[in-house]
Design a binder for this molecule. Structure first.
Ligand code: PHE
Length: 440
């Protein structure tokens, strides 16, 4: 890649005002953790593929997709927040790094496959903490049927509920069909209900496969899994499945009955069915007890030698090196009234500032994801978390200030204070230059 173009998988893409991918992210494009045989992400992928044995496994060749594939084809409205430059990585105004594996739905339906699974790395700009990383992995799965065949949908295994109970897994599902989560108007409600049941059964049985052993070992407390109503532009009804883990509900997947528009666009308007998208990191952290999402990216053999293909085992933590934190206080840019700006952009229906995303407004409106991006670009995996610890508005000047705590830690050795100071100074320099903020 050069200052004016990105070179990815042998293709050259010209940059424009949308381009916002730092080299630290480009470096991740060929890591393919989901394909390394005994990496936890890949072990899970294989177990899911094993479970859905009759589904065709697919692996897309590049993380670069068109904005059209990632959003338009799936019915995302033009003002959807996911489209904004603060949330997604753009190559240019036409291409981007996929934010979800659903970006490949249409091209996969077009292949004429009725049942498939697709796993890939996905990219989102985000905050920094133990469960967020700008690159993660998803698995998409779908099952569609000829409408004429829907009355013969395979019989569901009635014993699943019993088996789940036996191994101490409690599935809570109080979802209903309602105006906010309806069947599609042109679907026969009987068929839509059948598809929904098949979807829920298929995913509950995957949960049994993944957690069955785990939960029965856990002791008296049942493992709680719940279905909640959700919204996605490309499915209805839509759901999320969450698991109660370490005192909080963790989202594992999103799913629903595929929007007929998507299938029409794929040339299979005579079919209907369901789709899900599963986050592999979340699930691995829970199943393997992996405490920090950065561990997936380490090359330390103390990590990589712990796992075996086909096996879910508990991660044995090795000694952690001490953390070192530094605080950074700064004034937000004053040249633009940020609150009015944010409000205006939202009212205009999106976060892309008028006059193009690289225009005047962009660098002046403080966004935490932009700040975190620079921190990651400087510190890479040495940054463990970035937390807002103080906010303040000067009573006279109305200037706003923020204080962030940057927590650094090396996964494989001690960090010296000088090293950390050096990183902190680099971050300071860059945020002043690139975000127009002023250190306090
Ligand atoms: N793509 C959605 C996400 O990343 C998940 C999803 C997949 C939802 C398929 C519905 C159907 O959040």
């Amino acid at each position: 890649s050069t200052p004016d173009s990105y070179k990815i998988n042998g293709l050259t893409y010209p940059k424009d005002t949308y381009s916002n991918i730092p080299s630290s992210i480009l470096d991740k494009l060929d890591r393919n953790l989901h394909l390394l045989p005994s990496h936890p992400i890949s072990i899970l992928r294989q177990i899911v593929e094993d479970h859905f044995a009759s589904y065709t496994p697919l692996v897309p060749s590049s993380a670069v997709v068109s904005v059209h594939q990632n959003f338009d084809e799936l019915g995302f409205p033009p003002d959807h927040p996911g489209r904004s430059l603060t949330d997604s990585y753009y190559i240019n105004n036409e291409y981007m790094l996929r934010t979800h594996t659903s970006a490949h739905e249409v091209e996969s339906y077009k292949k004429g496959l009725d049942k498939w699974l697709l796993s890939a790395d996905v990219y989102r700009r985000d905050e920094i903490d133990s469960s967020h990383y700008p690159v993660f992995h998803q698995m998409e799965g779908t099952h569609i049927w000829q409408n004429d065949d829907l009355h013969t949908l395979p019989a569901l295994n009635a014993e699943l509920e019993e088996r789940l109970k036996e191994c101490n897994i409690l599935i809570e599902d109080e979802t209903t069909i309602s105006p906010s989560n309806p069947y599609q108007p042109h679907h026969d409600p009987i068929h839509a209900e059948q598809i929904t049941k098949h979807l829920k059964h298929s995913l509950n049985s995957l949960i049994f496969r993944l957690f069955g052993h785990h939960a029965s070992k856990a002791g008296a407390e049942p493992l709680r899994v719940r279905w909640i109503e959700a919204y996605f532009p490309f499915t209805t009804p839509s759901y999320e499945v969450e698991v109660y883990w370490n005192g909080q509900w963790l989202e594992l997947l999103g799913c629903g009955v595929v929007m007929q528009k998507t299938l029409d666009l794929s040339g299979v308007s005579n079919k209907s069915g369901w789709a899900f998208g599963l986050g592999l990191e979340r699930l691995s952290m829970v199943l393997f007890s992996i405490p920090d999402i950065r561990l997936f990216w380490t090359s330390d053999p103390r990590f990589s030698t712990q796992f075996k293909q086909g096996e879910i085992s508990t991660f044995q933590p090795y000694s952690k090196y001490p953390p070192c934190y530094k605080d950074m206080s700064f004034w937000l840019p004053t040249s633009v009234d940020t609150s009015a700006k944010e409000h205006g952009a939202a009212a205009a229906g999106g976060k892309l500032p008028p006059g193009g995303p690289g225009g005047e407004g962009r660098k002046k409106t403080f966004h935490e994801n932009d700040y975190c991006e620079i921190v990651r670009d400087v510190a890479g995996d040495l940054i463990e978390s970035v937390t807002l610890i103080d906010e303040f508005t000067h009573p006279k000047t109305n200037r706003k200030s923020k204080c962030y705590r940057l927590n650094y830690r090396h996964m494989d050795r001690n960090l010296s204070n000088e090293e950390v100071n050096e990183l902190q100074e680099q971050v300071q320099k860059r945020v002043v230059q690139e975000m127009g903020i002023e250190m306090r």
